[in-house]
Design a protein around this ligand. Sequence first.
Ligand SMILES: [Zn+2]
Length: 101
Amino acid sequence: MEPFIAQATEEEIRKEKNRAQKLRNSQWWKRKCAEGICYFCGRKFFPRELTMEHVVPLIRGGKSSKGNVVPACKDCNNRKKYLLPVEWEDYLKRLSNDSWS
Ligand SMILES: [Zn+2]
């Protein structure tokens, strides 16, 4: 059985990228960055070190909404981009194990 994978059209992705741009300039986002916490690893960073990350990627039909964008450090951002989804999940699991041990 093939798992269903949503695939956004180029048009949708362009629209969501524009919305992400607007969200980046919002007070809501600036406050988030001022908190300085990376959503994924939970470490503290300077606001300028955090980037906007979509939890559900745009290509998978994710939206640029407050519920789907999070601040992420460069390290997590790069990993999310280059790791396979299963490797990324492993990485997140390792992070949560670390914080519980
Ligand atoms: Zn991080």
